[in-house]
Design a protein around this ligand. Structure first.
Ligand SMILES: Nc1nc(=O)c2c([nH]1)NC[C@@H]1CN(c3ccc(C(=O)N[C@@H](CCC(=O)O)C(=O)O)cc3)CN21
Ligand SMILES: CC(C)C(=O)C(=O)O
Ligand SMILES: [Mg+2]
Length: 278
């Protein structure tokens, strides 16, 4: 099967086919996502948190996004790979072009995602004009978390109207799709009806054209509680802990390794060597 394109993703909305997107940060998870048939992967800046152990997404560098994009690209043949632009890497048009050049040329992603509404229109327009497919990201934009918090966005009339306007403006600026994060389901559904580009929701209800989730949330790999918008489709973290603990106890009680994991040699040669050291 050939590689998915932005046109294929847009066609899925036209044909009312729900779009399943998930984050991927490395080679082996990209391989799994491919086997599972994911059409669109996100190398999300959430990797700052779930892969690098930071408290927020803000510390991630262009360099890190390139490195993880490279890993995902090596494991992927079919999916469209979208890469998040780091916090402040698209503050001006010039910054955006510079960061985009590095992420696309060195990292090899197919499209970029950046957070914000009307404020980021000049950057979206410029990148789109230069041939870069751009995905928007509205609602709970974690790169602004120190201003807006990590809570439901666009609940009051003024904020809801701004969200609708932002979505229409991003579509006009050339965005090929928009991530809609943690906003009321009814509002996300309305926006999905008002724009012709796919609205990919996370905590934004079933009326979106697709969904995106963080890899670790879907697989149940982390400490403590998952965000409200996440559903654990498995408890892989628990399985991993059990497997590693089993390994530790088998080493400690000498039940691993066995002959199955070991090589052998001619006993006479070994005896001769041992004799030389006596
Ligand atoms: N593991 C993980 N999953 C994510 O979805 C995710 C990340 N990390 N890191 C980057 C951003 C940050 N996101 C987040 C993080 C936390 C909440 C959160 O704490 N939400 C509240 C509910 C919000 C509300 O209903 O007001 C919660 O209790 O889960 C939301 C989005 C989404 N992204
Ligand atoms: C949660 C998704 C949409 C994201 O931006 C990320 O993983 O960084
Ligand atoms: Mg992100």
């Amino acid at each position: 099967m050939r590689r998915m394109t932005v046109a294929d993703i847009r066609k899925m909305k036209a044909e009312k086919k729900p779009i399943a997107m998930i984050t991927a940060y490395d080679y082996s998870s990209a391989l799994i996502a491919e086997k599972a048939g994911v059409p669109m992967l996100l190398v999300g800046d959430s990797l700052a948190m779930v892969m690098h152990g930071h408290e927020t997404t803000l510390p991630v560098s262009v360099e890190s996004m390139i490195l993880h994009a490279q890993m995902v690209m090596r494991g992927s043949k079919q999916a469209l790979i979208v890469v998040d632009m780091p916090f402040l890497s698209y503050a001006t048009e010039q910054d955006a072009v510079h960061a985009a050049r590095r992420i696309m040329q060195e990292g090899g992603g197919h499209a970029l995602k950046l957070e914000g509404g009307v404020e980021v229109v000049p950057m979206i327009r410029r990148l789109t004009e230069m041939g870069v497919p751009v995905m928007g990201h509205l609602g709970l934009t974690p790169q602004s978390q120190h201003q807006i918090g990590l809570r439901v966005q666009a609940r009051d009339e003024q904020a809801a109207r701004k969200l609708v306007e932002d979505a229409l403006t991003l579509e006009k600026a050339g965005a090929f799709a928009i991530v809609m994060e943690v906003v009321p389901a009814e509002l996300a559904a309305l926006i999905a009806r008002l724009v012709s580009i796919p609205i990919i929701g996370i905590g934004a209800g079933a009326g979106c054209d697709g969904q995106v989730q963080v890899w670790h949330d879907v697989l149940g790999i982390f400490d403590g509680k998952s965000p409200r918008h996440a559903k654990r489709f498995a408890e892989i973290g628990e399985m991993m802990t059990k497997a590693v603990a089993h390994y530790v106890s088998d080493v400690e009680n000498k039940s691993f390794p066995t002959s199955a994991q070991s090589a052998t040699m001619n006993a006479e040669i070994l005896a001769e060597i041992e004799r030389d050291y006596r």
